[in-house]
Design a protein around this ligand. Sequence first.
Ligand code: F6P
Length: 553
Amino acid sequence: MQKDKGLIDSEWKALERHWQSLRGIRMRDLFARDPQRCERYSLSACGIDLDYSKNLIDEKAMRLLIDLARAAELSRWGDRLVRGEKVNTTEGRAVLHMALRNLGYRDYRHEGRDVMPAIRSVLSRMRTFSEDVRAGRWLGYTGQPIRDVVNIGIGGSSLGPKMVCEALRPYQRDDLRVHFVSNIDGAHLASTLQHLDPSTTLFVVASKTFTTQDTLTNAESARRWLLERLHNEEAVARHFVAVSTNTQAVRAFGIDAHNMFEFWDWVGGRYSLWSSIGLPIALAVGMDRFEELLAGAHDMDEHFVEAPPERNLPIVLALLGIWYLNFGGCDSHAVVPYYQHLEHLPAFLQQLDMESNGKRVTRDGRPVSYHTGPVIWGAVGTDAQHSFFQLLHQGTRLIPVDFILPLCSHYDLPGHHEKLVANCFAQAQALMRGRTEAEARAEMEAVGLDEARIRALLPHRAFPGNRPSNLLVFDRLTPRILGSLIALYEHKVFVQGIVWGVDSFDQWGVELGKQLAGHILQDFEDISCSPGVDCSTASLVRRYHLAECDGED
Ligand code: F6P
């Protein structure tokens, strides 16, 4: 490992050696030897408790990982981030999403100018607008109050607000529903609009650039749907608002600038739910709760900036991820929230993590010689237990898991929550302990299996465990806790990006597919493809032309 690749050779080698030296350890034994292990490897901040004792680590591993972060100059990069320097080097942009939730009045500047007045002004407009809609003062074209909000946006302009709105569903009212349309597949928009009344529907067109094909196509179709039913262009002003950094394009689309909520190019798409991209959240749960969400994120920002590395939740989570990815060879990382309303969290984290750190070159353009971002995936427990957990327990791959669990429920159905909690704890415990041959044998003997059957079944029923997991618990998923939880993962991703030496804030890889889709769309005009198109794509274009789409089902 070379210094100029963003990683420091000696720290890296020490970690490689240490992983090898720990290969034979068993977490069961570590727990048996050290009754303080849980205490030693637990942290709390901002109402979130992290138990990371069920990891293949010892104190030396943690010390070496922290040395690695120091050697990668994490604190210098953290300072540069907070100072509004252009840490997104390939796009020449600052990364100031922390300013959006800056309730502690830290000084955030962009190109020397205080960004807070503009942020406060947009927050205040969001408050007025969301309160008007929620109170029924904002009326549709026919004079009726809004009952359904449809957010049209994709990626960062959808995943964050969609995840938060669902997570905070217990705080929503029944008479104002929020929907999210992202996919350019007409099925998404058509099926969403199917049961909506145009007179009581408000569209929020959310796009940082206001050039994204998926979003603009959906927005144009939504406007057509509205006009076909309300028969007057003036209706657009009562039923469409925009969230964007691109005033000109918003105007060109036909949305009045008065109906536009601004944000800025120093807010990355996947870090934008704290900006006016969060408007659907304010509409769904009210501006006070949106500000609680911001306050929770700010709590975590302060913790991240102030706490020493060994007590710092995002840093510890990031370093554990690096430990498994770069030294343990684990390609993927599962996120399993034990809360139904966090069902969109894995998808949100996929974009946050994989778009940020799915990079093959360092900031200065050299290919990395180590792995960067892991594959992030997951689903809610207990559903996940009945689908992919078998592979986590007994598959050939080691896959670290983050369990996320509210200890109190918003619902009072007798017996449900305690069973949910027990299942979550049990899965983490089972991953760690596995089942020894002696335990498996005893169980089979107890139900009277004969020796031949026991021998045949032992390799299947005994397994080593030793599978790592983190447990993130909190009392109840309030807006404030949710804000802290999201910011925790944002900072985790930042720390990993710094250690890997990559630009975590660009996403050039996504562009090529967008460009090629444009070319292929042109090729649909004519059966012959543009010169130089590969034969597979050309044949697919011909097949598309031949498809019989007009017949009955
Ligand atoms: O998919 C790439 C991407 O640029 C994301 O980073 C972004 O969140 C999304 O597209 C949507 O972009 P926009 O908000 O500009 O429509």
